[in-house]
Design a protein around this ligand. Structure first.
Ligand SMILES: Cc1cc2nc3c(=O)[nH]c(=O)nc-3n(C[C@H](O)[C@H](O)[C@H](O)COP(=O)(O)OP(=O)(O)OC[C@H]3O[C@@H](n4cnc5c(N)ncnc54)[C@H](O)[C@@H]3O)c2cc1C
Length: 604
């Protein structure tokens, strides 16, 4: 184990050569420091609920007047929660508590995600729908309760603009000697964390930033792969090997919180207090946030060992909503209420006692490896979240058609299967994987030929499990822009859902106006005779929209345009002949959990 300047143990120092384009990350992973502090570190203000609602609210209490607590910085540690909202398997918390006489567990509310946006298409901020905000607040309340049960508490701060400024101010005001936070590889997080690390370096504060959001650190995999991210799941799995063990230590208590000076510490707000207007009519997600709920949900999912051993995506029903066909642990993994390593190891334990079990990519551990796969590729691919400048993304002339896009976004395409999924997205923030496939394919290469980035943005805002790497990776995949290239295989917006749910119960639940439509017409209500429409109290074109496109014609046109786009991409790739190209189509592709997915040989 390495020792830091104060002779304390560093538990997870990763010192890895990183892709050259990412020097900021190098300093983060290595825990090394950059030279200068930010010119001005604004002082943190704690959450002041009455003022929080307005987008332009000014924070009134200047905290720079607080005298720093007169205690020894060497014994004061801060654990800065961002994701990783849990106590179990939390190496950052574990590192922070070791040797600390005072421990400051901090979370900073970020206006980037929380500031109300009245012009948004549904309540919430510009970047997060109200369902995800509520999930976050519930997760924070639960974390606070868990910390309190260990003699600590969550110190909730509110950033005026920049979270890094708020953290820097608290570090200074509270005379912190050691800062610990979970490594985060998203571009926004990298820039934010670099700013804090620069400040810490200039202030002589030790920084520890262990990996625990994913099974592996993406840089580690990239290094093992010769400096480039593996672009197929098979090669990723072959390189990755087994993830490290989770931190299994259980605490009976944590060091007490130190003096917080004049900081006013307020409880976690309710979502209604955040200024998103009247949300009483919103049908919010049935999935509640927090580590307690995450562990309960995981245990319930794993209780049926036979189910775990036989888990095989895509053999689940995407229309099952009362009892979803998969675990619905994604929002808990997204916020880190559940540790992916802990989850992985619990599944492995079940495998050990099972006579036989499924394997990646279709198994339950295989799903967690998909997650790490997308984290790795996104980390090592510049401009991963856009078409332009992204060398693994096909360049496609998508159609600019706002009307079609809005019909898709708002669940009024006239195809009940597609609309029900989009309504579930808006209300619950979660849909089954194959439901996501259906609507992503429909928007892009299947029917509407609208740019995947537009669909990605809608998912990014509304999903409660919204995850930068996974969301972008799957949109690239579904639009046949990267990873998967069988663009002629298109999901039918009619027969695909019908196969699982012939009676249309899922549609009836999310689109009540169709609840009395006979099952013969529920997937194609425009084909119902007028007398039947009248009887069902649903006139197509009046009570429910007519289809925005004819699927047969539209999908044929999409195939043609994709064929042209692929041909022109091939031409563009020609000059690079002889050079291995990241964007060249691979002969054999696996779809994540798609109907044609084949079982990989056990390679991990
Ligand atoms: C267009 C599109 C966008 C998506 N956006 C997101 C997103 O923003 N966040 C997100 O977590 N998932 C996303 N997914 C992947 C997948 O649909 C969800 O992870 C899954 O449906 C979550 O349900 P679950 O927890 O019951 O999954 P389970 O089947 O129970 O799997 C367990 C865990 O494995 C991971 N996982 C499963 N499938 C995938 C996958 N294909 N890629 C990466 N990780 C996976 C998730 O963390 C999941 O919680 C997207 C899929 C598509 C097609």
């Amino acid at each position: 184990m390495n020792k830091n300047r104060r002779g304390q143990s560093r538990r997870h120092p990763l010192r890895l050569p990183l892709p050259a384009q990412n020097s900021a990350v190098r300093s983060q992973i290595n825990g090394s420091h950059c030279s200068s502090p930010p010119p001005h570190c604004q002082v943190a203000s704690c959450l002041q609920l009455p003022q929080f609602a307005g987008a332009h609210t000014r924070v009134t209490t200047p905290k720079s007047t607080n005298p720093p607590p007169a205690m020894d910085a060497a014994t004061a540690a801060m654990v800065w929660f961002r994701k990783g909202l849990r106590v179990h398997d939390n190496p950052a918390l574990d590192a922070a508590r070791r040797g600390a006489v005072r421990l400051y567990p901090v979370f900073v509310l970020d206006p980037r995600y929380l500031r109300p946006e009245p012009a948004a298409p549904s309540p919430g901020s510009a970047r997060a729908g109200v369902a995800r905000v509520r999930f976050l607040l519930e997760s924070l309340s639960d974390l606070d309760a868990r910390l309190r049960s260990l003699g600590s508490r969550l110190l909730l701060l509110r950033a005026r603009d920049d979270v890094a400024d708020t953290v820097c101010a608290a570090l200074k005001d509270w005379n912190i000697g050691k800062l610990c936070f979970e490594s985060d590889t998203e571009p926004y997080a990298l820039a934010r964390d670099k700013k804090v690390m620069d400040f810490a370096a200039a202030s002589g504060i030790d920084v520890l930033s262990p990996t625990s959001h994913t099974l592996f650190h993406p840089a580690e995999i990239i290094e093992k792969n010769g400096g480039r991210p593996p672009l197929t799941y098979q090669s990723f799995v072959a390189i990755a090997g087994h993830p490290p063990e989770p931190v299994m230590e259980e605490y009976s208590e944590l060091p007490p919180v130190g003096d917080t000076g004049g900081y006013e510490l307020l409880p976690v707000p309710e979502v209604e207090e955040l200024g998103y207007g009247d949300i009483s009519q919103e049908e919010l997600s049935p999935f509640r946030g927090g580590e307690t709920e995450a562990l309960k949900r995981m245990r319930e999912s794993l209780q049926d060992k036979e189910w775990v051993a036989r888990f095989e995506k895509p053999n689940g029903d995407p229309s099952a909503f009362l009892k979803p066909a998969t675990t619905v642990l994604s929002p808990y993994l997204k916020f880190g209420c559940l540790s992916s390593r802990y989850f992985y190891h619990c599944i492995q334990e079940i495998y050990r006692s099972a006579k036989k079990h499924t394997n990646p990519p279709v198994s339950l551990t295989g799903q967690l490896l998909w997650r790490d796969f997308f984290y790795t590729v996104s980390f090592g691919t510049p401009n991963f979240d856009q078409m332009r400048g992204n060398k693994i993304c096909k360049q496609i002339s998508w159609t600019e058609n706002e009307e079609l896009f809005l019909a898709w976004r708002d669940g009024r395409t006239g195809y009940p299967w597609i609309d029900a999924i989009m309504i579930q997205l808006r209300r619950w923030g979660w849909m089954h994987h194959l439901a996501r496939h259906s609507v992503a394919c429909f928007l892009t290469r299947g029917d509407l030929f609208v740019h995947w980035e537009k669909g990605r943005d809608v998912f990014e805002r509304l999903l409660i499990d919204s995850d930068w790497s996974i969301n972008n990776g799957n949109w690239l995949w579904l639009s046949c822009s990267s990873f998967f290239h069988q663009y002629h295989r298109i999901y039918s917006p009619i027969s695909f859902g019908k196969k699982y749910d012939p009676n249309g119960n899922y549609i009836r639940h999310f689109i009540p106006v169709l609840k009395d439509m006979p099952k013969e017409y529920i997937y194609e209500p425009w084909t119902a005779p007028l007398s039947i429409q009248k009887k069902a109290k649903c006139i197509v074109g009046k009570d429910y929209p007519k289809p925005v496109v004819d699927h047969e014609t539209a999908s044929k046109e999409c195939r043609k345009r994709m064929g042209e786009a692929y041909a022109s991409n091939r031409l563009d790739e020609k000059p690079a002949k002889g050079k291995s190209s990241n964007s060249s189509p691979r002969k054999r592709q696996l779809t994540p959990n798609s109907a044609k997915t084949k079982q990989l040989k056990r390679s991990s």
